[in-house]
Design a protein around this ligand. Structure first.
Ligand code: ZN
Length: 658
């Protein structure tokens, strides 16, 4: 099945298959089914977390779009803008964090607004349940207002607000700002804080006893700073209620007692919002590592909070790929061997690597922050103390990586950016295998490795924490991928496969990934920063083992001495681990700002031109499959069937029906 469904702006839409689903028992299929529903149900939480007006914008754009569809005259630029919104879960680009501009004009929007929206806006009575867009009952727009403490808007306010969001580039321009020397909260449009400054947040969370750092909006009120907790009795209650009701059905089909306990604890957490309950849930979840069907659901990653405190909502439902998992079990079994030989200082190594489990899975459903753009590997939980005492779970998403690879086969990117035909050939031969192993090492060994100095926590690095952590995990993978042990264990056929990966890592970090960045902007996203940081630092410190070469006006990276490069990655790993373990904020800032942020404008322009000429969108996102219950004549469910989704717009508009 060709995974590419369509392409627009800088995005390709892919679909994934779910190998193994048909072989599940009915009980297992029903578990997947209900967990998948729960993964769908929290979508709007993420939209609102990303930006307080996202639900408003989505609603208005979709209403105009539906109106145009109804009349059979859909404007292409409007449709593209709607698709970009869906991809990003809001008005800011999912990767660059910059607000993107619509291709339609202000005049066009005025006209559409007048035609499809304004007639439905009623005058404002003083009714708390009044919806400014008079579409019947309480709908998403009212929820938007319920979430903001600013109250409802008059109709003309909404139009003015929409104009600002769509056409004023300076208005809430950045989703997450990690810029040095500014108030990160003021500079970021994400919706985790209301009326508080960075300093107030820092001092509020100095002590976290009886607080909800992960799952609350911190609001300044007349009585001081309070947390509006994301729970059944707090903010997002309606969405959380939907998630919980699906989890309650899923628990009936749990595969083990532990899995049932995990679901029960998760439900309790959603009820009371208590972070201790969430930790308890994670402990049980981590211990239950031998599962055919597993899931992630909750407030998980803190990348989108410039303070690195608040977690966005996400969910993934996954089926274990038995064959592939057997193959990499060896990685986890040898975790201590690797840790003992890691180049980091002895005091920052983990003496007893525990419970590192690695599953190769096929995704059955993506939700929240993992949809429609998704990671390819996940390691959880994030709480360092749980990882240290109870271990963690790692998954590599095989069917997602598979779809990426299939889609990239014909793109021409490799031929354009590789320095020699031999490099190309080697990349074709080993690239997919080596990439998979990188993900496994990154998730399974990298994130789980190392030890903090007593009394130091990861948030010491503030806005640089995520980048430093990703850097650390990538370096661990790069360093050990080229260890003879890997070949001995049968994880790679030979070291040539590792060198192919070194080529591709340097090429991507310094050159290819710049295609994802708008010309003239700095690198903001943590993973992109980390790749640039590693490649730029290594290039500078490798004493000619790798070089940047200009041929016919085009830049290339060429590695002359792979073993030396391995050594250099090891040196950097040692320093990055020290920075993390000691919570050395100044060193983290210096490292990231020097090597991870800035891009040479001329080089950037060249890369974009070369990439654009290939006509390949630099980002990909996914549509989810649909699951259908099959019933017999007496109404009993006899099977669950997958229906592949054929259209991105259809899938996105279907959410309005839910
Ligand atoms: Zn990572």
């Amino acid at each position: 099945m060709n995974p590419i469904l369509e392409q627009f702006a800088d995005i390709r839409v892919l679909r994934y298959e779910v190998p193994g689903f048909d072989k599940l028992s009915l009980n297992e299929k029903l578990l997947v089914y209900h967990l998948a529903q729960a993964a769908d149900a929290g979508r709007d939480i993420l939209w609102d977390q990303n930006y307080k007006y996202n639900l408003l914008v989505r609603d208005i754009i979709e209403r105009i779009l539906l109106g145009q569809q109804h009349k059979g005259k859909v404007d292409e630029n409007l449709l593209t803008y709607a698709k970009r919104l869906w991809v990003a879960n809001g008005v800011h680009h999912h990767y660059s964090n910059d607000k993107f501009k619509p291709d339609f004009s202000q005049e066009q929007f005025d006209e559409w607004y007048g035609e499809y929206i304004a007639p439905q806006v009623a005058p404002a009575p003083c009714d708390p349940y009044w919806s400014p867009l008079n579409f019947g009952t309480r709908d998403s727009i009212l929820e938007t207002h319920a979430y903001s403490s600013e109250g409802a808007y008059m109709s003309e306010d909404i139009k003015a607000l929409m104009d600002d969001i769509l056409f004023n580039p300076d208005f809430d321009a950045k989703k997450v700002s990690l810029a040095d020397g500014v108030d990160l909260i003021k500079a970021s449009a994400v919706n985790f804080y209301e009326g508080v400054t960075q300093q107030e947040v820092e001092s509020y969370y100095k002590d976290t006893t009886d607080k909800h750092p992960l799952n609350s909006t911190l609001v300044k009120t007349e009585d001081g700073i309070v947390e509006d907790v994301w729970s059944l009795s707090g903010r997002y209650a309606e969405e959380i209620n939907r998630v919980v009701s699906h989890l309650q059905m899923a628990r009936e089909y749990a595969l083990t007692d532990k899995q049932r306990e995990t679901i029960d604890l998760l439900i309790s957490f959603y009820c009371d919002g208590n972070n201790t309950t969430f930790d308890e849930m994670n402990k049980v979840w981590v211990a239950d590592s031998n599962l055919k069907v597993d899931f992630i659901n909750g407030f998980i990653e803190v990348y989108d909070d410039p303070m690195g405190i608040k977690a966005t909502w996400e969910s993934v439902v996954e089926l274990r790929d038995e064959e592939k998992t057997k193959h990499v079990a060896t990685v986890a079994e040898n975790a201590q061997w690797f840790e003992d030989r890691s180049p980091v200082a002895p005091e920052y190594k983990k003496r007893n690597v525990k419970g590192v489990s690695m599953n190769i899975v096929n995704v059955a459903m993506l939700g929240g922050a993992c949809y429609p753009t998704t990671p390819i590997g996940i390691n959880l939980p994030n709480a360092d103390w749980i990882r240290e005492q109870y271990g963690s779970k790692s998954v590599a998403l095989a069917n997602i990586e598979g779809a990426y690879h299939e889609a990239s086969q014909s793109s021409g990117v490799l031929d354009e950016f590789a320095y020699t035909p031999e490099e190309c050939e080697r990349a074709r031969k080993y690239g997919s295998e080596a990439d998979d192993l990188h993900t496994q090492l990154h998730e399974c060994l990298g994130h789980g490795s190392g030890q903090m100095k007593d009394g130091i926590t990861l948030d010491a690095l503030k806005a640089y924490g995520s980048t430093i952590e990703e850097t650390r995990a990538d370096l661990y993978a790069l360093y050990f991928m080229a260890d003879e042990k890997i070949v001995e264990l049968g994880l790679l056929p030979n070291l040539d496969a590792a060198w192919a990966h070194y080529d591709s890592y340097m090429r991507s970090g310094l050159l290819v990934q710049l295609s994802r960045l708008e010309l003239g902007t700095n690198i903001e996203e943590s993973h992109m920063r980390n790749r640039h940081l590693i490649a730029a630092w290594a290039l500078e410190h490798c004493e000619g083992a790798a070089e940047m070469i200009v041929r016919d006006g085009k830049h290339y990276i060429h590695i002359n001495d792979y073993l030396k490069m391995r050594e250099v990655f090891g040196m950097l790993l040692k320093e990055i681990q020290r920075i993390k373990s000691e919570g050395d904020f100044e060193a983290a800032r210096n490292m990231v700002e020097t090597y991870g942020v800035k891009v040479d404008l001329n080089l950037h322009r060249e890369i974009k031109e070369r990439y654009d000429a290939l006509g390949v969108a630099p980002f990909s996102c996914f549509v989810n499959p649909k699951y259908e219950l099959l019933r017999n004549l007496s109404g009993e469910v006899v099977d669950v069937r997958i229906v592949p989704e054929s259209d991105f717009t259809t899938q996105m508009l279907a959410y309005r029906e839910k």
